[in-house]
Design a protein around this ligand. Structure first.
Ligand code: M6R
Length: 617
């Protein structure tokens, strides 16, 4: 968690840093701070508990000096409460000439702090990060070489960190190091940038380099050097960021979440683009590096967390049905601790919007070490997961800023559908024509999503009606089950309402006991044309809960007359192939959760206690 940004160049450093932090605030918003070295060569630091706006207001009241170098941080608190004192940057050295920011957790900080206290260091915060600031300053006092001191210190740190340092004695230099936490360099003309991800600097440059594990960056206005922790030079290929800077701004919407929900016709369309031909044929060139494995895959394990895990659950139904490969979905943080059986013919598919979720990264590292191949489905170019996988299938959702995932979710499902169709095509598990029918249905999705987005009045009204609900239940079957889970997650994280998703078939095995008079129950109803008569079964479930007093809101296919007889409210979505329906069904649930949270006066983009990228275990 935490967002970091660094800059050296001719622009107003405070503006660059605050702009970068604004785009990174999704990574944590407990406090924010910046340090700059002003034109008089003095280090100036300002930090404030609370959201970035507090820091901005503070700087507006008492501006920092003009400067051409600085670092900035937005925090998700781990060690120490979210106070001004615990906010980053942290200063080090007798004269406090060094400033440091950190994302991650320094696991051996307690031992390092004890050592520093014995040497007389005075700590101003309860954070693990401050120990690193004192250590670099102390080492520099001994050697007089800032880069060498930095190298020595990062070698001593255990855990996960991206660390940036500036020092008054080196007013043109930003040092950075990364281990198990993200760091990307933005390359400019006479200026250079550092960020937790490309969103930090995409407004200024689209040329980027992803920094590798255990590497140090020596950043100056006119040069960028990368080396490993032993000081040996390293080179990485530059890439071009395909995110549009304006995509990471609200653009007139009331919230990022509202904008990102509305982006979905585009983000699903962009994820399909150039991967499905107009006659429905799917080909994923990105999978060339694992093409030899594809005919031999005997098992797929999808690893992911949160919403990405629910996208994977939807994908499981599709891949098994189309490609006839057994698929299991595992929460990344559970996966490696149960000693899963992996072979060279196992394909592990790691799904992550950020590509920096530590649990998912650790799961994929475990899988690779055990001999499996890893395909990552990722939304962020240059992310660690994308770089470490054997192959990458990017979702093209663009930057997702709101903490609650919406457009990344539908793009992930879209990408997994493409994967299923590609595997089925290559392995010849279904007649090509049948697969092409589904491919053509995929192409209808952007238009159908747009239709769902034009008819949201009743969903918004329902959200207001249920704003005081204490608990909301969600039911679904087949691919509707993960959508019930996702609907419940959205409501928990945005509206702080207890909500649970259940497989509708499980109802009578226990959850029906929860139903009492007035209980809101949202039901994802399969198509009435479903050949397995799941529709009739779900309609029965609706009747069962209704008989016990539930207020049922159904998400159903247009023209489904049966469901309206029993549900108190029905939200209709266009008819589509039954496997693809989750992409349409989830949209009213996203809007319901967002509107309900807004009706409660909550911040829908930055819900309490959360950060978008969970970069610690
Ligand atoms: O970046 P990732 O896709 O790996 O993130 C996984 C989860 O942390 C994420 O989906 C989380 O559950 C969202 N806040 C849900 O809206």
């Amino acid at each position: 968690m935490c967002g970091i940004v660094g800059y050296v160049g001719p622009k107003s450093t405070v503006d660059v840093l605050l702009g970068g932090l604004k785009r990174l605030e999704y990574r944590g918003y407990d406090s924010a701070g910046v340090s700059v070295i002003n034109h008089q060569g003095q280090l100036e630091t300002r930090k404030k508990a609370g959201k970035l706006t507090k820091l901005v207001e503070d700087i507006e009241k008492a501006p920092l000096g003009e400067s051409n170098i600085g670092i900035g941080h937005t925090r998700w608190a781990t060690h120490g409460a979210p106070t001004d004192g615990n906010a980053h940057p942290h200063l080090g050295g007798e004269h406090q000439k060094l400033s440091l920011i950190h994302n991650g957790i320094i696991e051996n900080f307690s031992e390092l702090k004890t050592e520093l206290l014995l040497q007389g260091a005075v700590f101003a915060s309860e954070t693990d990060s401050e120990a690193a600031a004192h250590l670099v300053a102390a080492q520099y006092a001994k050697t007089g070489d800032l880069t060498e001191s930095f190298r020595t210190v990062v070698r001593r740190l255990h855990g996960a960190f991206t660390i940036l340092v500036v020092h008054e004695d080196e007013p043109g230099l930003v040092l950075a190091a990364r281990r198990n936490a993200p760091l990307v360099i933005g390359l400019g003309d006479g200026e250079n940038f550092l960020g937790s991800d490309v969103a930090a600097f995409v407004e200024h440059t689209k040329r980027a380099i992803a920094v590798g594990q255990d590497e140090i960056v020596i950043l100056k206005a006119g040069s960028v050097e990368i080396e490993n922790f032993n000081g040996e030079k390293v080179t990485h290929e530059e890439f071009t960021v395909d995110w549009d800077a304006s995509a990471a701004s609200k653009g007139g919407w009331s919230s990022f979440m509202a904008k990102e929900i509305a982006d979905q016709p585009q983000s699903v369309g962009d994820t399909l683009m150039a991967r499905v031909s107009s006659d429905g044929y799917v080909n994923l060139e990105e999978l060339a590096s694992i093409s030899k494995l594809i005919p031999n895959i005997d098992r797929i394990i999808m690893v992911a967390c949160g919403t990405a895990a629910y996208a994977s659950e939807v994908g499981k139904y599709a891949i098994e049905a189309w490609a006839k490969i057994p698929v299991s979905v595992e929460l990344s943080h559970e996966f490696r601790y149960r000693q899963p059986i992996l072979t060279p013919n196992t394909l592990v598919v790691a799904v992550s919007q950020s590509g920096e979720t530590m649990d998912t990264l650790m799961a994929t590292r475990y899988a690779k070490e055990a001999g499996a191949s890893v395909l990552s489905i990722c939304n962020t170019q240059g992310a660690t997961l994308a770089r470490e996988a054997d192959a990458v299938l990017y979702t093209h959702a663009g930057p997702e800023v709101a903490v609650a995932s919406t457009k990344a979710f539908t793009a992930q499902i879209t990408a997994i559908f493409l994967l299923g169709l590609h595997l089925a095509t290559v392995r010849g598990t279904q007649p090509k024509e049948d697969l092409q029918v589904i491919g053509k249905e995929l192409l209808k999705l952007p238009g159908d999503i747009a239709d769902v987005l034009t008819t949201t009045d009743s969903t918004r009204a329902l959200a207001k009606k249920f704003k005081d609900a204490r608990t909301v239940l969600f039911l679904g079957r087949h691919v509707g089950f993960p959508i019930a889970l996702e609907g419940a997650l959205k409501l928990k994280e945005l509206a702080y309402i207890h909500s649970e998703g259940f497989a509708a078939g499980e109802l009578k095995h226990g959850p029906i006991a929860l139903i009492e008079e007035g209980q809101p129950v949202i039901v994802i109803v399969p198509s009435p044309s479903d050949p397995d008569s799941l529709h009739a079964k779900v309609v029965s479930n609706i009747q069962e809960v209704k008989a016990r007093g539930a207020q049922v809101i159904a998400i159903a296919e247009q023209g489904d007359a049966e469901v309206s007889k029993y549900a108190a409210e029905v939200i209709y979505v266009p008819a589509i192939h039954k496997m693809l329906a989750p992409i349409l069904n989830v949209i009213p649930l996203q809007i319901f959760a967002m509107e309900l949270a807004a009706a409660k006066g909550l911040d829908v983009d930055q819900p309490r206690n959360l950060a978008k990228s969970v970069t610690v275990e």
